[in-house]
Design a protein around this ligand. Structure first.
Ligand code: SAM
Ligand code: SF4
Ligand code: SF4
Length: 362
């Protein structure tokens, strides 16, 4: 998802950017469950999670406040969101107010009934995390045997429910690309095609400098060369053949020059894209954690900005228009160190495209 901005609104958006004032709060990423049933090797969330959870009433109130600030999309996130029992109610509450919902899930807890309830409640997009077509590779990465089979079943249940409800639900997939799975991506793309998943999102694994235990998941120089010369052409061909909704630059994750490849081996995927652009997310988006903490981006670890406020003590409007949020937007133009390894590397492409739209190529 990316900011909705019409040609008429471009000058307004530019003015907001210039003044570090918000455009409109179009998207919220809400961590509806701060716990997880899997133990993924690339993710620390399962060990860090507090278990704190906003109640349904609190979420409903936030949605009402956010609607007045322009909310278009609620991104339902975790931990693992399906650990909550009231997900269909959350989706329904948004649907009734004309707000789209997009949920990212490992899928392992979605049975036939939950699939039906979610679709019936008006879920707009579901993103399944699938790291390989091979159950062995996927289960090893996800840390729990049997995960792949459950996710595969969930995709089938959701597809069936979508058909029976004649819904427009979009079914997408996230794949975290690591040294363990990059060579088998073409087979995974074939698997997605067999499941009618048209939007595969490849995310190069993000490894922070202090996460030495994860560094073996990073592609090395030779892996990237193999990806660029052997895997990428196959992915491009399948994407074309299957009419996937994925752009060439999204598949071109690691860059091609020596410098870009070297950066990518350090998990600095966005560095090259953000050279001539910056992140516009804080002009239209924020994240809310289970304890109510609000941050413009939870990838940025600075205490001053994470959190910037808490919905339990202040209303959303106060936080959204606060001086500290304004300061964060200003800092974003200079880029945070973390932005180089932004997990929204796909969004980084969007930001660079948005930059071109706003300010032209020069
Ligand atoms: C944190 S999970 C939360 C939602 C849900 N539990 C799931 O796995 O889909 C959101 C997405 O981040 C991805 N992810 C986790 N760790 C990552 C990492 N180190 N680098 C890139 N993506 C990662 C997951 O695979 C998933 O697609
Ligand atoms: S399922 Fe999602 S939240 Fe849970 S450990 Fe894996 S990536 Fe992290
Ligand atoms: S890490 Fe930086 S580029 Fe990525 S979403 Fe956060 S602020 Fe934007």
């Amino acid at each position: 998802m990316v900011v909705r901005i019409s040609t008429d609104e471009i000058e307004i958006f530019k003015k907001c950017v210039e003044l570090n004032e918000p455009f409109s709060l179009q998207e919220i990423k809400m961590h509806v469950a701060e716990r997880c049933n899997l133990r993924c090797r690339m993710c620390r969330d399962w060990s860090n999670h507090s278990g704190a959870e906003l109640s349904f009433e609190e979420i409903k109130d936030i949605i009402d406040q956010a609607k007045k600030l322009g909310l278009l999309v609620l991104k339902i996130f975790g931990g693992e969101p399906t650990l909550r029992k009231d997900l269909p109610e959350i989706v329904c509450c948004c649907h009734d107010k004309g707000i789209a919902t997009k949920m990212t899930t490992n899928g392992t807890l979605i049975n036939r009934k939950l699939a039906y309830d979610l679709v019936k409640s008006g879920l707009s997009e579901i993103v399944f995390s699938v790291d390989s077509f091979s159950s062995d590779i996927h289960d090893k990465l996800r840390g729990v045997p049997g995960s792949w089979k459950k996710t595969d079943d969930a995709i089938n249940f959701v597809t069936e429910a979508k058909k029976s409800c004649r819904s427009n639900l979009r079914i997408s997939a996230n794949t975290v690309v690591t040294r363990c799975n990059y060579e088998s991506l073409p087979l995974l793309f074939r698997y997605f095609a067999s499941k009618s998943i048209k939007r595969p999102i490849l995310i190069p694994v993000i490894v922070d400098p202090d996460e030495t235990e994860k560094s073996e998941l990073l592609l090395r120089r030779n892996d990237i060369l193999t990806y660029n010369h052997k895997i990428l052409p196959q992915l491009t061909e399948i994407a074309l053949e299957e009419s996937f909704d994925i752009k060439e630059e999204e598949l071109q994750m690691y860059g091609t020059t020596d410098e870009e490849i070297e950066s990518s081996t350090k998990s600095h995927y966005s560095a090259r894209i953000l050279v001539n652009a910056y992140c516009f997310k804080p002009w239209y988006d924020l994240s809310i954690r289970g304890n109510g903490d609000v941050s413009p981006c939870n990838m940025i670890k600075e205490k001053r900005y994470n959190p910037i406020g808490n919905v339990k003590n202040e209303n959303l409007e106060q936080i959204w228009f606060s001086d500290r949020y304004r300061e964060f937007r200003m800092m974003c133009k200079r880029k945070f160190e973390q932005c180089k390894r932004c997990c929204y590397s796909r969004s980084a492409i969007c930001y660079s495209n948005l930059m071109k739209r706003l300010y032209g190529d020069g």
